[in-house]
Write a protein that binds this ligand. Sequence first.
Ligand SMILES: Nc1ncnc2c1ncn2[C@@H]1O[C@H](COP(=O)(O)OP(=O)(O)OP(=O)(O)O)[C@@H](O)[C@H]1O
Length: 358
Amino acid sequence: MNRLALNIKANYNLLSINRWLAMRLDAIGNIIVFGTSLLSVVYVHGLGKGDAALVGLSVLFSVELKHLLHKSIRFYAEMENSMTHVESATEYTRLLPEADTVIEDQRPKDGWPVQGMLEFKNYSARYRNGVDPALKDLSFRVLPGQKIGIVGRAGAGKSSLTLALSRIIEAESGQILVDGEDISQYGLFDVRSKLSIITKDSMLFSGTVRENLDPFNRYSDEDIWHVLEQVDLAEHFRRKDKRLEFMVVQNGKNFPFRHKQLICLARALLKRAKVLVLDEITSAIDYATDKLIQKTIRTEFKSCTVLRISNRPKEIIDSDMVLVIDDGRIAEYDTPQKLLANKKSLFTKLIEEAKRSK
Ligand SMILES: Nc1ncnc2c1ncn2[C@@H]1O[C@H](COP(=O)(O)OP(=O)(O)OP(=O)(O)O)[C@@H](O)[C@H]1O
């Protein structure tokens, strides 16, 4: 029923726009006919020139011109519309195909990854041929359960790390190992479904709250209410008539930003992936939500390996290790205490710069 209503709404808008266009074109056409008739009258009666046949012909042509105007504008609009499809098709032909979704004879073992150990080995990647690599020869290891803070200046390559892990950009050289297994050997579905990634652009799609939390329908309503309790949203949805069937519009536009972030966090809790990546999730939320997210990560993701990317170095100061990226390379990788003890470290500089810019 909802889809039918949406379709009718869209058709109604299209009809209204068409009527509006017809009205405008009619008005222009009528002005032309009126102008021609007026000139003919002035020409014949005022100046005493011309003959009735020519006057009749010109008025007839001006009426024809009105129809021609209608047809040509409609034809132009339709062509313009269709050309966007041609444009998209041409663009798609230029895209490099992604790797296979699933490689049947190369699937990870059930339950992989068990520990959540992560290792980048001489890893480099670029967005496309002809541009500089965004990540250059990265080598570091994250032990199971460690909480890593990733910082660096704007454009240093922090978000590219997230894209590399989910294989949106592929390795040019080197490897990413999860529990010792090279992720490039598996299909994209097998890799992506084992990671939980939350970014600042909360990924919500058009569908019910339930579908947004559990798109593959793997969990019970009880599990879903449980994770909603954990992120403090259960009461909010219990108060709605449709509860878990409450509709989310595309990109979650009918939710405040903090709710969108919390729904993404609930989705990650439900998935119980061993590796969680948080990419600048707290850059635009209020203090209370930030606290709630921090607490949930500490308690509910205790045994998970967490990579937390942040533009605010202070936010990740309580991490087990801090990875500082500079121009796509690892500048520093150590405990926050050691990095702070070194007055010349880039991490100390970033903290001081952040203090000064407040
Ligand atoms: N889609 C893209 N195509 C080409 N180059 C890109 C693309 N996205 C990012 N880059 C480049 O890759 C480099 C690293 O960008 P990235 O977004 O990873 O940095 P970042 O540290 O996350 O920055 P920010 O804190 O501003 O988000 C930058 O030089 C950037 O210009």
